[in-house]
Design a protein around this ligand. Structure first.
Ligand SMILES: Nc1ncnc2c1ncn2[C@@H]1O[C@H](COP(=O)(O)OP(=O)(O)OP(=O)(O)O)[C@@H](O)[C@H]1O
Length: 604
């Protein structure tokens, strides 16, 4: 076999090409059906001129035309019907392939650790899952159309050779020009299509950023510069679009000049052969039609262009499909586990940067644990690995003695509940948003209400015109109200381990005090991990984990850590002269079920 080299080899090695091949395999039966119909239609197209030629010769020589005329009509009907079926199938295959690639990319995006998924901006995700997925999905039928487009001109050249070798030779003489036109088109448009899709996604990303920062833009009066920033890539987009169309136009113009020239040239040679008495009038008619079909090689520019765009789009989707997957095991957690969490030799590296280093930690079941540290110390990273939103790069995290990687998805997500600083509410009503994992029944409803009361959300929900039936998007909520709903959802779900990552940062002191009281008295979770910046949270916890630059500086009750100036500096600047005061009295901490919490002094 001749090895493929140069640009063609690079193109076939590219991830986009490999995904395109998978897409073609995936939509196998549909693609084969399109190919079959197109080939059958091509066969009918090839047979028609020969039969028409026979009809003409029979007419000229007063022969019987009944049968060839019937065959001619049957072939033309078959061609029309097959083309219509191929067009219908093409739509179905493209839709199926688009759905497959979109579903796969979406599943990877949602199944990836959130830190990895967050590398893609919402705008770029939207472009990839809509425009790019549809373009990639059009690849399999385009591949079938391209595969079927070649036999027709090849068959037509063979038919020319059968009629008269000189007509075939005349056509072959002009062929290199046509091939050059197609090659130039594929090369030029491949580059500009990839650039066009990239810039399109850039505009979408910037627009997404602007929409999420709309309040800041309005407050800072930044509308005009922000509009300019969002639209800045437009000239480059226009340039690539123009290049694409120019390449297409050039290919169409060149082939529309070349094709009639080639046909006329073949016809002229055929005319000479007719004059020499080598071929009949019917043969000349057939030869003129075959010359047109053979010159139809230029028509492969259409499916070739679609395929080029599909490959570039598939390349953009591979970024999402290559996201690492958070796989799950099959083990269940022990039903009577106390919610004990152990971290052994945990290191987390993100983008080459060590975010957590050598963390060994034992959180006794039933404890309320505060995780404190300066901004960027690694608190959220620790919370994420404790509840398996991400896996540590090294080391293990165990919940009730079971490595989190081995726990099955359903058990894990039932056992661990999270609340965040900026929660997102899903569902048609607030009730649905607060109980996303349970069916709406009487018990579930009662649990939602109880959780909403514990999170101090009930008073403002009752004031909404439709109460718990309000769609989340229709409720104008303050940051603190939204946080309370996020807390209510986590409280309703909480079973074994509840993790609050900065989830009370927008609450006023009184509400936070109430929430903290509920956290230790009402909420059903056995163990609670609270990432917080407030001293009161640390003071109210059974155990404090103090992080600094990704390492654990100390673990112990607040009063024992408080002696260390570095620890106090987490809550108050060291040179402020202010002695850290509790901003409210600590809630009564629960005693850990498994006895005394292990403590280690500062500087551990
Ligand atoms: N995806 C990422 N890639 C690279 N660095 C990251 C990533 N996510 C977080 N980091 C870095 O890891 C460090 C710890 O981040 P983390 O969010 O855990 O800090 P934190 O203690 O929760 O901070 P804060 O109190 O401000 O929320 C930070 O310096 C942050 O910049």
């Amino acid at each position: 076999m001749v090895p493929i080299r140069g640009p063609a080899a690079r193109a076939t090695r590219s991830p986009g090409f490999r995904l395109l091949v998978r897409l073609v395999r995936q939509s196998g039966p549909g693609t084969i059906a399109v190919l079959g119909c197109t080939l059958a239609s091509a066969a009918a197209s090839l047979a028609t001129p020969a039969v028409v030629g026979r009809v003409l010769d029979a007419l000229l020589h007063h022969g019987a035309v009944g049968r060839p005329l019937g065959l001619c009509a049957a072939l033309m009907t078959a061609e029309v019907v097959l083309d219509a079926v191929a067009a219908r199938l093409t739509g179905g295959v493209a839709a199926h392939a688009t759905a497959w690639v979109r579903h796969r990319a979406m599943a990877r995006l949602l199944g990836a650790p959130p830190g990895d998924a967050a590398r893609f901006t919402p705008g770029s995700v939207a472009t990839r899952l809509t425009a790019n997925a549809a373009e990639a999905g059009s690849g399999p039928p385009a591949a079938a159309a391209l595969a079927a487009a070649l036999p027709l001109p090849v068959g037509a050249v063979i038919a020319l050779a059968v009629i008269d070798p000189w007509t075939a030779a005349a056509f072959a003489a002009g062929l290199p020009l046509l091939v050059l036109v197609l090659r130039a088109f594929a090369r030029t448009s491949s580059h500009s299509v990839a650039r066009y899709q990239h810039i399109q996604s850039q505009v979408a990303s910037r627009l997404g950023e602007a929409l999420s920062g709309a309040r800041t833009i309005a407050a800072a009066g930044l509308f005009a510069p922000e509009r300019d920033r969002v639209l800045a890539p437009l000239p480059a987009l226009a340039e690539q679009g123009a290049l694409m169309w120019r390449a297409h136009g050039k290919a169409v113009a060149h082939s529309s000049v070349l094709m009639p020239l080639l046909t006329t040239w073949v016809l002229a040679v055929g005319g000479l052969r007719l004059a020499a008495g080598v071929i009949s009038v019917g043969d000349l008619l057939a030869a003129s039609r075959y010359a047109a079909l053979a010159a139809g090689l230029g028509a492969v520019a259409g499916p070739l262009g679609t395929l080029v765009r599909a490959r570039a789009a598939a390349g953009r989707l591979t970024g999402l499909i290559a996201l690492p997957e958070l796989g799950y095991g099959r083990r269940a957690l022990p039903p009577d586990g106390a919610g004990t969490v152990d971290l052994r030799g945990v290191c987390v590296v993100r983008d080459g940067r060590t975010v957590l280093r050598d963390v060994d930690l034992h959180v006794p079941g039933g404890a309320t644990v505060a995780v404190v540290g300066r901004s960027g110390a690694g608190k959220s990273a620790l919370a994420a690995v404790m509840g398996r939103l991400a896996d540590p790069t090294e080391g293990h995290v165990l919940l009730d003695g079971v490595d989190l990687r081995e726990v099955d998805r359903a058990s894990l997500r039932q056992a661990v509940a999270f609340a965040f600083a900026r929660p997102f509410l899903f569902g048609d009503t607030l009730t649905a948003a607060l109980s996303p994992c349970t069916s709406a029944g009487g018990a579930a409803l009662a649990r939602v209400r109880e959780a909403a009361r514990a999170a101090s959300a009930e008073p403002f929900v009752r004031l909404l015109p439709r109460g718990y039936d309000t769609p989340p998007g229709a409720a104008s909520l303050s940051g603190g109200e939204l946080q309370r709903l996020g807390l209510a959802r986590a409280f309703a779900q909480a079973q074994r381990l509840l993790i609050l990552d900065d989830a009370t940062s927008s609450l006023d002191t009184v509400t936070e005090q109430r929430v903290q009281h509920a956290l230790t008295h009402t909420v059903r979770a056995r163990t609670r991990v609270v990432v917080a910046h407030r001293l009161a949270t640390a003071a109210g916890a059974d155990l404090v984990v103090w992080l600094e630059n990704g390492t654990v500086r100390g673990v112990g009750p607040h009063h024992s850590l408080e002696r260390h100036p570095g620890y106090r500096a987490v809550f108050t600047p060291p040179d402020s002269g202010v002695r850290p005061e509790r901003d409210h009295a600590p809630g009564p901490g629960r005693t850990p079920e498994s006895g005394a919490a292990p403590t280690s002094g500062p500087g551990r």
